[in-house]
Design a protein around this ligand. Structure first.
Ligand SMILES: Cc1ncc(COP(=O)(O)O)c(C=O)c1O
Length: 467
């Protein structure tokens, strides 16, 4: 179990600092502290802490979905790559356009493209960089970008430098809202209506804070109806579905059989594949556009050998089918969690009373698949209480709060892994319900301040009694 003292460090009480600064502080630092104080008073300040939970605590938090990191599988595959290339040079020696292009990196890109049934691929140091490159380099002046309102920060970052003037969102996963915005573009943007410019639609395959998947098939259908000439194209960020969905982990687009209808798929390797980096799978035309226009590609040193070797090792694990049972295990444990929590007597009452809500488990039995990110919602003021309870019970999972999600939408993000067992998910389900029972009892008792026991322990360690 994670001790209350450690939780007190992970979740400190943030006090204003600028007022207490002494005369020796530079004006520069004072100005920065004043702006941080705005975040502190809004309870929206991030702190960097070492997240070293108790070794026995159960992982319902990391993005090591396939358990490749913890199981050592990716390390073994990586070491095999190194052994097969003993004379490797560690650094690439320059940008891809100068000395940094080499046969090993090019072979990796061919391997990636073949695996995902794409025409070609281009590697990036990270998914964040790939999205910035895509949005910054591909849209031309006069193009439009239409994006799901929940799109990742990296796509927003890219849109800031994008030459597209029209950048608007549609409601999250809402096909009607998408159609409405697309028709609006067709009406107002004559160059696009005439096929001389394009609409780029930016989506994620699975949204990482909500664990829901994009209605991609329907969105593509609408795109084709409104722009039959093919100047409405889809860019799908597969950060959370690479390795986890599709045959052998080819991704969500592949699982739906939509490879030919999606212009760009962005696969990242820091999550399911447990290494680092990303690749854009696309046409030769898009690749050449990135090579010519993406400043983070042109003006950055090429990926190092270890980064590419780990990715190639990861692909070998997927190609050989070794990760398929791990994908299946994720499906199994999420369903086992759903079954267990629904069977708990407390669950229905907690849902009826508004103490618990797990939106993406609704109707799970009739869905063709479940997702590995399952947000557990409670009353907003209770989110940390639930987190403390689970952490003290030895379950490692974290709250997601503003500004990562909008105010009023904080939740505990539970992430399931291939390494989780039936016993572990039973413990998770039972701990959630045990906490819900405590909250139901506290609410029924009519006491003014309803602070459950785990939170009281953490508050004591924080030196505060404040809820
Ligand atoms: C949807 C999405 N896209 C892109 C990224 C960035 O990928 P990377 O971690 O490789 O920079 C993330 C990471 O959190 C993500 O969740």
């Amino acid at each position: 179990m994670t001790p209350p003292t450690l939780l007190a460090q992970w979740f400190p009480i943030h006090k204003s600092k600028s007022a207490a600064l002494n005369g020796g502080t530079t004006r520069f630092d004072r100005n920065l502290e004043e702006s941080l104080d705005v975040r502190r008073s809004d309870k929206a300040v991030f702190t960097l802490h070492r997240n070293e939970p108790h070794p026995q605590s159960l992982d319902f938090s990391t993005l090591d979905f396939l358990h490749l990191s913890k199981s050592g599988m990716i390390r073994k595959a990586f070491l095999e790559e190194l052994a097969a290339n003993p004379d490797f040079e560690l650094s690439a020696g320059g940008s891809r356009l100068l000395n940094g292009n080499n046969p090993y990196t090019e072979a990796a890109e061919r391997q990636i493209a073949e695996f995902h049934h794409g025409e070609t691929a281009l590697l990036f140091h990270s998914g964040f960089e790939a999205n910035v490159a895509l949005m910054g380099a591909v849209p031309r002046p006069g193009d439009a970008i239409l994006y799901d309102e929940y799109i990742h920060a990296s796509t927003h970052e890219g849109m800031q430098i994008s030459k597209a003037l029209y950048k608007k969102s549609f409601k999250h996963n809402d096909v009607d809202s998408f159609r409405e915005k697309l028709v609006e573009i067709k009406t107002t943007e004559t160059m696009i209506r005439d096929g001389k410019r394009s609409v780029i639609v930016a989506l994620e395959s699975m949204y990482s804070m909500d664990g829901d998947v994009s209605p991609l098939k329907e969105l593509i259908q609408v795109g084709k109806e409104v722009f039959p000439g093919g100047n409405c194209q889809f860019f799908v960020d597969e950060a959370h579905t690479t390795g986890v969905f599709g045959e052998k982990g080819r991704g969500y687009v592949s699982m739906l059989g939509l490879e030919a209808s999606v212009a760009v798929r962005m696969h990242t390797y820091g999550k399911g594949l447990a290494c680092t980096g990303a690749a854009v799978v696309c046409s030769n035309t898009v690749r050449e556009t990135l090579v010519n226009n993406a400043r983070s590609f042109i003006y950055s040193t090429a990926p190092s050998f270890p980064m590419v070797a780990a990715i190639r090792g990861g692909y070998k694990l997927m190609e050989s089918g070794q990760t398929q049972p791990l994908q299946d295990q994720i499906q199994h444990v999420v369903k086992h969690f759903a079954r267990t929590i629904e069977a708990n007597d407390v669950y229905d009452e907690a849902v009826d009373e508004g103490i618990l809500s797990i939106p993406n488990l609704e109707g799970w039995e009739s869905k063709p698949f479940v997702t590995h990110v399952v947000p557990v919602m409670t009353r907003q003021r209770y989110t940390l209480f639930l987190c403390y309870h689970l952490q003290l019970a030895g379950i490692n999972c974290f709250p997601i709060d503003y500004p990562v999600v909008p105010k009023g939408f904080s939740r505990i993000r539970v992430v399931f892994h291939a390494g989780n067992t039936e016993e572990q998910v039973e413990k998770l389900a039972n701990s959630v319900c045990e906490w819900a029972q405590e909250m139901l009892d506290l609410e029924a008792s009519g006491q003014g301040v309803k602070v459950p026991s785990a939170a009281r322990q953490v508050h004591a360690a924080q030196g505060t009694s404040a809820p």
